[in-house]
Write a protein that binds this ligand. Sequence first.
Ligand code: CP
Ligand code: NVA
Length: 302
Amino acid sequence: MRHFLDLKDFSTDTLQSILDKGLRMKVTQKSGDGHELPLSGKTVAMIFEKPSTRTRVSFEVGITQLGGTPLVLSASDLQIGRGESIEDTARVLSRYVNAIVIRCYKHETLLTLAKHSSVPVINALTNWSHPCQLMADLMTMIEYHGPLAGQTVAWLGDGNNVAVSWIEAAVRFGFHLRIAGPQRYAPPAGLLAWARANGGDIMLTDDVSLAIDKVQTVVTDVWVSMGADEGSRRKDFAPYQVNAKLMKSAASDAIFMHCLPARRGMEVTAEVIDGPQSAVFDEAENRLHAQKAIMAWCVSGN
Ligand code: CP
Ligand code: NVA
């Protein structure tokens, strides 16, 4: 069963071939040549427990471009909202659809769904990780700076779900990752141990100037993720705001990335996110093409 749950589940070769396909699909789409249709006659269900703009729309459009039929389901409208088990939901949906995309709070929900589903399941964000986002981000890095191995990326702020997928990507693709943020918000220690045991070059620091020095990519994300408490986060993360002064310490051709939605004036200034180094809308666009390649791999095996 070809699920797409987390980047660490895959070999570098498999991930690279999906990225290459996503890059090719982008060219095909833009040239108007017309796509291959690996989802022709197939239906893909999307379950959302949390809000979404990019993920929902890019999957729905992507499924349509690949010849399939998207079915968007709000978790609160399904019987799981009234207590039906995720196991039975997986078994039932597997009888109707050819793949299931899910955005949920608990990573465990995703894993349970995948375990009991007889069709591929794709992780569209959990509290633990956001691998589809990373596939789009990696595509963007390739477009701007070429092959991933050896590149250097600075992640500023919260060690959240997107940071987890960045760590897994750094291990699989051999780029250097510097994570700067307050220690109490560091990514999970177990994941960092896994990364280092698997050859990952991950720097963890609370010194933002150390992290950003001459990097090619600067990335951040909201300080308060969906479902998280704000607490003292605004104050705690303030020194890690990406602003124009900070960007000057990165490489002169550095790009700024953010998965969006962004809070201008919080984790990033308007000057940076709306400035010439910002790649955020290329990144958002690449969600579409990266996910088409992921779905093609899951459903038709190439
Ligand atoms: N980046 C991202 O996943 O955006 P949405 O929450 O809008 O889907
Ligand atoms: N870390 C953010 C990402 C949103 C796409 C969140 O989980 O809310």
